[in-house]
Design a protein around this ligand. Sequence first.
Ligand code: G4P
Length: 512
Amino acid sequence: MISHPDAGKSTLTEALALHAAAIASAGAVHGKGERRGVVSDWMEMERARGISITSAALRIDYDGHVLNLLDTPGHADFSEDTYRVLAAVDCAIMLLDSAKGLEPQTLKLFEVCRARRVPVITFVNKWDRPGREPLELLDEIEQRIGLRPTPLNWPVGIAGDFRGLIERPGGAYTKLERTPGGATRAREETLNAQQAARAEGPAWAQAGEELELLAEIGADYDQASFLAGASSPVLFGAALPNFGVAALLRTLIALAPAPSAQPDAGGRPRPVQAPFSGLVFKMQANMDKAHRDRMAFVRVCSGRFERGMVLTHAATGRPFATKYSQAVFGSQRHTIDTAYPGDVIALVNAAALRVGDTLYAGPKVEFAPIPSFAPEHFAVARATDAGRHKQFRRGIDQLDTEGVIQVLSSEVRGDQAPVLAAVGPLQFDVVAHRMAHEFRAPIELAHLDYSIARRTDAASAPALHALPGAEVLTRRSDHALLALIHNKWRLRVIQRDNPDLTTAPLLAGGLE
Ligand code: G4P
């Protein structure tokens, strides 16, 4: 689910789970006055800041189907983590606030979906609150991101006066009734056209006119263009009072593509029936104070997973035992015994794994590595207490492995003062917080005056390093040589004056 912060992602996640009866009632997840304790938010810092920092997996069983819902951090600074999550999905829900439409973070995340050809279903949320005209919102989607909206339902009543939803095509009308506190499923009543016209008056007539207009412009669902990322089915609703959430669930089941063959590093599709293979898309340590461990989130790409299987870790060729595989539901975990393509399993004691790694059974397979975003913020980290150097090293190594931050080093700077590289500055806060609380090695950070990282090579490194406004370091995770450069003007001057030196963009795909 991709959205700008505050569009209602946590609320909708919870409403979907509620509908599928994964949790008994919304009240069980967040009691009154404690709105922030939502299932998928669990870190102390997330609660304090009111944003989702990590990406939890939520499994929903509904009507004979299994949906694995991956939460993505909405904050701009966590785009790197989000990108990795989007490498593990088959479909995305783009959530919009009816009053705000497309917001900056939604746009950025949408671009990642487009680059990865992930089909997108749009949910216009908060229709119970004053907002914009529905046709205007559709127009914005089409004009700004070139995605053709094809509404699957249409609201009766303007935003703020939400009466019900008309299905497209078909025209069945569902009148919605509020339930106190939104703590249970909303009551829905089906009316025929005559009853609806009597009950809703002018709001019904207006919706009818808008529907005629939609029919004229041919804004009808088309599977081929949806799967190709050219059009997006649109649903209207309100997550908080639980209106229109059942329709979203039914749409996901009916339209979201089922797991299909994933291309391996050589571009060959790996059929879902092939022996087990999975992609590590997220690493997390110390999720729960009671279980201090390192956990790998793996998307099953092919085959059947059975707990206890011994898999092969493609990067090292070493065996990996899966005795302790789990399903994670927010902060709760339970052991799972089998999993199928599209499922997410959490493997504990996964210290040897890294994001982008492949695990497999049978003949070797390796999926393409997940590209990372180019960092734009850099700071030197030092332990405030020199006596805790061991803890400091362990913590930095761990956060590097998890991909919370990139760690760079050079002989000049030495081991005790690595350079941390981040896509957004909030990543530094997460590192400082976790270093102090989990690894008991508080750090101080000195920000560096660089904003660009470029890939270089051993031949160019000494000359680049000697230039003003530039410095060359080694990225620990992949031993790549990175040139940090003051700003883009400085980069241009360097490239103009030294055309022979290598200063390549970090990502071939241009997502920098
Ligand atoms: P996020 O995860 O995308 O950041 O958003 P979240 O679900 O936390 O929702 C952001 C705010 O929007 C919350 O209000 C939430 O109650 C509200 N909200 C979400 N969906 C709807 C909806 O359909 N209708 C209305 N009216 N509000 C909605 P808050 O003020 O931040 O928290 P609280 O005061 O409700 O506890």
